[in-house]
Design a protein around this ligand. Structure first.
Ligand SMILES: Nc1ncnc2c1ncn2[C@@H]1O[C@H](COP(=O)(O)OP(=O)(O)OP(=O)(O)O)[C@@H](O)[C@H]1O
Length: 953
């Protein structure tokens, strides 16, 4: 199949990814609606607040028409509690001049004759001098509404003064006028009682009335709710899109969906453009709705300013927030952090907007550099723009800013620092800044596989020409750089592995390109550099880890190569290196002639391969059909063939019935089948299947095996699995890895014959109803003796119904005669059936894993305790098969006594002891290994039990 390339492929990928983004938004309707229509709630809220403010103003006396002002006749001194803001205990008034008897009498008369209410003595404070009153007032704020100061000049002259706080107070829409409420009554009372005292007539009085002017309601420029709340509310509104966008991008990174697309050959430009376009459309629509809602609610801000200017401000601001979300998505690794980051950005924006509202730094008194730095954070530029448009409509007479006046500064051109036109230029600039930064971060910050490009990757000419420049590195950019130690090359112990290695090396040296070879691996090595973090004062390091230690092998076309190995053997790492996800540390691999070390090679390789990763990489919200269409488009299948290819693959993996169902509701097995189908898109010449049948029921598994068998034609498949049955059935060739090295290679039969413990003979017995000695097989002692005498083997498993013996390979030449005799004596031994077979692949696998474990346990001193039936405890290295018991040498057993230890894997894949044989003689002249002492290995606290002797049989 000819795949698309260049611009047509870019366009095809862009449209497919755009469709995916659209679908994801459509399937997440609630969030999308919130993003588009939340402006309505914010505008409604501002409207309600503004209406409440207006209603409060309207109920105030100051904002009412006074057509018939009330006449105030002889106003009384009011109780101090009537004052709007007062601190208790309070006083109705205080006075000075208490050194004069006459003044004291006058004040007593003021208190007694107060109209409607005599003033109690505890509500008045007296002083000698006015200064004392001031001192008291200073130390007792808000405790008295007014003060009177009397001075008796002579018998016919008494001076007085009145003191009040002249600032008017407002409460619940009412304004308190201190002159009429407090000053006038004190003045009237003082004058009245002075006159009575001077005249000596306690009933002297005069009529006195006060009246304010008739006047129309006061119309002032009240602060609009939009100018107070607008910047914060609009920032909050933009956070919906910001958080959703950030969450979507981080989810694709976290779930390795981005990596899956990269493996399929997606262009970064198509990826970013598809998100930018979709989010741009959402932003455009939401900004439009915001302005329309503002106009519907008849805010001057939206009505008087030019529609385009207001719309542009919101649009550009939201674009900036998308750019910021793009940039932050590279730094954040968990999608659950998106909301927290959104809240933080909002909080910072909230604070900086208040600073911007004070005029900082958009005036000529601040340096341009400060303005540049400040404006990089989009909410700051946005609030400056908002302020310009709000100021332009702040009074009823203001006419707003028109499109033609956009470059005109409010304070005149001479001192012009910022106009709305400049704001747009700033917003465009900062958007580009964040967008470019996002792409830069995306390249230099480690991806989900911990891989990144060098910091100055864009300076490499190859990056721009597409010929090289795709070099990648591992580890954090802030890590302390250290060289990764190389793996030392060990000559393989196994003759088949050595032969394979020699052959590949020879071909590499001769430059032979064997047309039948799909993959040629040349000493592939992978060392994870270890995490190195720069703390505040020191570097914390974990040591590098050699995951793959030099692989040499060929994988032929039309062949299914099965890579087996215990957990952590390095299988997935090998696949990651071959698919270009992880950079190799050493060696190389040629896939159909293209090197995985060259960026051109990797882009060619990605067109030829299909990958079913170990964990399903799928969008929950997309159906299997949509997944296949998307990946087929990314891969570059001709548009006309995408539908038919998807249909065929769905039929192959038996998902036609669920083609339109979202993958989120699939069972584990259905997801694996979909992953297998994705790997087979576009007829790849090489398919990697990393544990493709994990979690499948036996029927589905068999069905997937059929698919894999079918897919073998015309392509190479590299399969990893933990199912020995699967490996046995499907593979043409098997390689078993352990601890990063290839331990054996060959066909299943070859491995079984070489690494199995030998032949497995299962003898079934005739049912004997009279034999009650169940389970111990006591009645079968003659047979056991027969096996022991002729083949020197004991049963590995025995019960009433059958016995199993494992016969070593070296007894192969005795087998014909032995089984002939056994058949002749069947009735004597009570035998109903004899079965003879090769050891299973599982046994081979366990043997290889055990040997690898023994190798590293011996080197590292990794010991376990073997409890013998005789009560002896031995410390033995993990994986040791034959273990000699120290100090058991005697005349009968000159080399001592040993046991065979049986191993199995526990749930976590680690080797553990499952049992041991009875004690037997150690054959003479066999190599023995005494485990190293703990001190030699630098282990101080290792248990000091009796150390078993490892016997290499
Ligand atoms: N990014 C990484 N950084 C450090 N070590 C890693 C990294 N990825 C894998 N490893 C280590 O490399 C070793 C090989 O891992 P790998 O995933 O290749 O094993 P595997 O054979 O595929 O195992 P499994 O059967 O469990 O999938 C493991 O010990 C693992 O802990």
């Amino acid at each position: 199949m000819i795949l698309q390339e260049g611009l047509p492929l870019l366009y095809q990928q862009f449209t497919a990814l755009f469709g995916k983004n659209l679908l994801l938004s459509w399937r997440n309707k609630r969030a999308t609606c919130l993003q588009i229509f939340s402006s309505f709630f914010f505008i409604l809220l501002i409207f309600c607040i503004e209406e409440a403010m207006k209603a409060s103003d309207a109920s105030s006396s100051a904002y009412k028409n006074i057509t018939d002002p009330t006449l105030l006749v002889s106003p009384p001194i009011l109780p101090c509690e009537d004052k709007f803001f007062v601190k208790l205990p309070c006083y109705d008034f205080v006075w000075s001049g208490n050194n004069s008897r006459r003044v004291t009498d006058i004040v007593s008369a003021i208190m007694a004759n107060n109209p409607g209410r005599p003033i109690p003595t505890n509500k008045v404070q007296s002083f000698k001098e006015p200064d004392e009153v001031d001192t008291w007032l200073l130390s007792h704020p808000l405790q008295v509404p007014g003060a009177l100061h009397f001075v008796e000049r002579n018998a016919s002259v008494i001076s007085y003064g009145v003191q009040t706080n002249s600032s008017s107070e407002s409460k619940r829409g009412q304004t308190e006028d201190p002159t009429f409420k407090f000053l006038v009554p004190l003045q009237v009372a003082a004058e009245r009682e002075i006159a009575r005292s001077l005249l000596g007539d306690p009933n002297f009085g005069w009529g006195l009335g006060f009246k304010e002017f008739a006047r129309p309601a006061i119309i002032t420029e009240t602060t609009s709710a939009l100018s107070v709340m607008g910047p914060v509310f609009f920032l909050a509104f933009s956070m919906f899109g910001f958080v959703l966008q950030l969450g979507a991008l981080v989810t694709e990174k976290e779930l390795k969906l981005r990596q899956a697309m990269t493996m399929m050959g997606v262009y970064d430009s198509a990826y970013w453009l598809s998100w930018l376009t979709w989010e741009g459309i959402l932003t455009l629509v939401s900004s439009l709705f915001l302005v329309l809602f503002g106009m519907i609610f008849r805010f001057d801000f939206f009505l008087k300013n030019s529609f385009v200017l207001v719309f542009l401000l919101f649009l550009l601001f939201q674009f900036n927030m998308i750019g910021l979300a793009f940039a932050l998505s590279s730094i954040i690794s968990k999608s659950s952090s998106a909301t927290t980051v959104g809240f933080l950005v909002f909080l910072i924006g909230f604070i900086t907007q208040f600073v911007s509202a004070t005029g900082f730094p958009y005036s000529s008194s601040y340096a341009v550099s400060r303005r540049v730095m400040w404006s990089l954070f989009p909410p700051n530029t946005f609030s400056a723009g908002l302020k310009l448009l709000l100021d332009a409509t702040s009074t009823p007479k203001s006419s707003g800013i028109s499109w033609s006046n956009r470059a005109v500064c409010e304070g005149g051109q001479a001192t012009c620092v910022i106009s709305i036109n400049i704001i747009y230029q700033w917003l465009l600039g900062t958007f580009l800044f964040w967008f470019v930064l996002a792409i830069y971060f995306d390249n230099i910050i480690p991806n989900a596989s911990g891989v990144r490009k060098p910091i100055f990757y864009f300076l490499a000419p190859g990056y721009w020409t597409g010929k090289g420049g795709n070099k990648v590195e591992e580890g954090s950019i802030f890590s302390c750089v250290g060289s990764v130690p190389l793996v030392e090359h060990n000559t393989p112990n196994d003759k088949d592995v050595l032969e394979e290695e020699t052959e590949v090396k020879q071909q590499a040296m001769d430059g032979i390109a064997d047309p039948n070879i799909a993959v040629q691996i040349h000493g592939l090595a992978k060392t994870y550099p270890g995490t190195t973090k720069l703390g505040c004062c020191k570097c914390t390091k974990t040591s590098p880890f050699h995951a793959v230690k030099g692989l040499w092998m060929n994988i032929a076309k039309d062949q299914l190569f099965c890579l087996l190995g215990p957990n952590g053997a390095g299988k997935t790492t090998t696949i990651s290196c071959l698919t270009g996800i992880n950079p190799v540390t050493g060696g190389d691999a040629l896939i159909y002639g293209d090197s995985i070390r060259s960026s051109v090679g990797i882009s060619n390789i990605r067109k030829m391969i299909g990958v079913c990763p170990q964990f399903d990489i799928l969008w929950d919200a997309l159906s299997s059909e949509q997944h296949l269409h998307l990946f087929a488009s990314i891969k570059g299948l001709p548009p006309a063939s995408i539908k038919s290819t998807a249909e065929k693959l769905l039929a192959d993996v038996k998902l036609t019935g669920a083609a339109k169902v979202r993958a989120g509701s699939y069972s584990g097995g259905m997801k694996r089948r979909l992953s297998v189908a994705v790997a087979l898109i576009g007829d790849p010449k090489l398919v990697f299947l990393d544990e493709p049948t994990t979690g499948m029921d036996p029927i589905t598994r068999r069905h997937v095996w059929d698919i894999i068998q079918e897919s073998k034609k015309g392509r190479a498949i590299i399969l990893t699995t933990h199912s020995m049955e699967e490996a046995d059935i499907l593979s043409d060739r098997i390689g078993i890895m352990a601890k990063g090295r290839l331990r054996c290679i060959g066909t299943s039969i070859r491995l079984k014959s070489r690494f199995g413990t030998g032949f497995v003979a299962t003898v079934s017995f005739i049912e004997n109803k009279n034999d009650n000695n169940i389970g111990v097989g006591a009645s079968h002692e003659p047979l056991k003796k027969f096996f022991k005498e002729h083949l020197k083997v004991e049963p590995t498993e025995e019960n009433k119904a059958f016995m199993t013996f494992v016969i070593p390979h070296d007894k192969e030449n005795l087998l014909t005669g032995f089984f002939e005799e056994l058949q002749n004596r069947e009735s004597e031994f009570g035998i109903s059936d004899i079965q003879l077979g090769l050891a299973t692949l599982e046994e081979v696998f366990l043997n290889i894993a055990r040997q690898a474990e023994l190798e590293s346990a011996t080197a590292e001193g990794n010991m376990v305790t073997l409890e013998l039936a005789s009560g002896i405890s031995l410390e033995i290295p993990v994986g040791a098969r034959f273990v000699g018991i120290p100090d058991t040498e005697n005349a009968e057993n000159p080399s001592g006594v040993m046991v065979e230890v049986y191993w199995q894997q526990d749930g976590s894949g680690s080797m553990c002891i499952s049992g041991h044989s009875s004690e037997m003689r150690v054959p003479q002249n066999v190599p023995v290994t005494r485990p190293p002492s703990p001190n030699a290995l630098g282990h101080k606290s290792l248990r000091q039990g009796v150390r078993g002797i490892v016997i290499d049989l």
